[in-house]
Ligand binder design. Structure first.
Ligand code: ARG
Length: 458
């Protein structure tokens, strides 16, 4: 039991504290009411300082809350490996926001260090520049680095932080922390980080059948299958699509040629090497013989109209080519989840898309009678309908991106295609945004480009 004297002392203290709270509350009320402040004659440079201080506190609060969430995720019972660089980045981001709230979007640059430490933060140099352009005064990057280090929160991760050269911040990790993570790796294996599950549509391999597959398709197959596995392992819902070139001019050429050279096509299946020889012959005729060329285009139009003879001939060639393709997939252990969804799949959708574009007034006729769709920022429009009425690679990719966004509900679309097609794909992506199918805030659409492999003839 407290003595009489002690309890009196408590009462006094409590009263004093209550008074202090009242006073602070009045002050806060006053500060948050600019009109009242003016009346009191209190608008002064101090107010500006308070505003900045307030801004700073808000920043801090936001980032503290964020790191708290991260911290909880990293905490006990966790069943995934840590992204150590990501953690360091978060911690430095916090320190940078604290030290320089006036810099909008500061560069947060953390990377593994080769010699003197485990990681290094190289933000000071660019922040010094940003500060320079804000204040008009040059800032010394070393001082910037010092200010960042001063604001680093207390954590369990760092053994040593020091500043080197013009303002590199060297970061050495605590041994216990590294040990713990290594032990986790050894006992549990590599576990993917927590992710927001996304519906990923990935377009890869995508050879042009009836022609021989070339090394670019091989690259697309390998990179695409690897990416698909990785994204699935991380926890995404992955749809693998093989955008086969199965509806274009090559079939027109080949069918026109087969009509002359292999008229029993519908009864007697040619084998793949015959087919490849026929393809070469038809290509040579196509390139040199104008009359044949027109016949070939005519065949494409008939095929796209699904004329029964042409459609049957197409199906036979398709099946023979795919048998070959699957032999290769088997050798490469390509996922059997890769779905055949070539240009032919989009035929009806292409008809609908062309109509949609016409209704929207997005199509123009050019001087050669082709229907084109101009796309903002691109000098070459998309060619939607050729003068003979046939559809093109552009038409199928328009119908295809719409299908992936609005029917497959893809959040993230990946196109694993050689860099030679980057202009084509970027134009299609832009068109999808202009047409309202894609939404920047919802969809991530990317060309996963890889270099062209040139033949000896370059
Ligand atoms: N078949 C095309 C080619 O070989 C690649 C298709 C890539 N995918 C796409 N949606 N365009 O050039």
């Amino acid at each position: 039991m407290a003595s009489n004297e002690e309890s009196q002392d408590f009462t006094l203290k409590a009263e004093k504290a209550e008074k202090e709270i009242e006073r602070l509350q009045a002050e806060i009320d006053l500060l948050s009411d600019p009109a009242q402040l003016k009346k009191e004659g209190l608008v002064s440079p101090d107010l500006e300082k308070l505003r900045v201080e307030n801004q700073k506190l808000k920043f801090q609060l936001k980032h503290l809350k964020q790191s708290l969430v991260e911290e909880q995720k990293r905490g006990a019972g966790r069943n995934f490996s840590l992204d150590i660089r990501g953690i360091i980045e978060d911690i430095f981001a916090l320190a940078i926001y604290r030290a320089f709230p006036e810099v909008p979007n500061p560069t947060i640059l953390v990377m593994p260090s080769s010699k003197f430490a485990d990681y290094q933060c190289n933000s000071a140099m660019s922040i010094a520049q940003q500060l320079g352009s804000i204040t008009g005064q040059k800032k010394n990057p070393r001082e910037v680095a010092q200010a960042i280090v001063k604001e680093l929160p207390e954590t369990e991760y760092f053994e040593k932080i020091d500043i080197a050269g013009p303002g590199f911040i060297n970061i050495t990790l605590k041994q216990e922390f590294v040990l713990r993570e290594v032990a986790f790796l050894l006992t549990q294996g590599v576990k993917p980080p927590k992710t927001d599950k996304k519906r990923v549509v990935i377009d890869y391999s995508s050879p042009n059948i009836a022609k021989e597959m070339h090394v670019g398709h091989l690259r697309s197959t390998i990179i695409g299958d690897g990416l698909a596995r990785l994204l699935e392992w991380v926890g995404h819902d992955v749809l693998r699509l093989n955008h086969l070139g199965d509806w274009g001019t090559q079939f027109g050429m080949l069918i026109a040629h087969l009509v002359d050279k292999f008229p029993k096509l519908l009864e007697e299946r040619p084998n793949i090497s015959d087919l490849q020889a026929f393809y070469k012959e038809s290509k040579a005729r196509f390139d040199t013989d104008e009359v044949f060329k027109r016949r070939a285009y005519d065949c494409v139009v008939k095929l796209q109209a699904k004329d029964p003879f042409y459609y049957k001939a197409w199906k036979i060639i398709y099946d023979i080519s795919m048998e070959e393709t699957y032999k290769l997939y088997k050798r490469l252990k390509v996922s059997d989840q890769l779905i055949e969804r070539g240009e032919s799949f989009y035929q009806d959708r292409m008809v609908a898309v062309v109509k949609e574009l016409q209704d929207l007034g997005r199509i123009e006729k050019d001087e050669e009678g082709r229907m084109v769709m101009p796309v903002g920022g691109f000098s070459v429009p998309l060619m939607v309908v050729k003068s003979d009425g046939g559809y093109t690679y552009d038409t199928s990719d328009l119908a295809c991106i719409k299908q992936r966004l609005l029917e497959e509900n893809g959040d993230w679309l990946l196109y694993v295609v050689d860099s030679g097609q980057s202009n084509h794909l970027e134009t299609v992506f832009k068109a999808a945004h202009e047409l309202g199918w894609a939404d920047k805030s919802k969809h991530r659409i990317e060309h996963v480009a890889f270099g062209l492999v040139l033949g000896e003839d370059k």
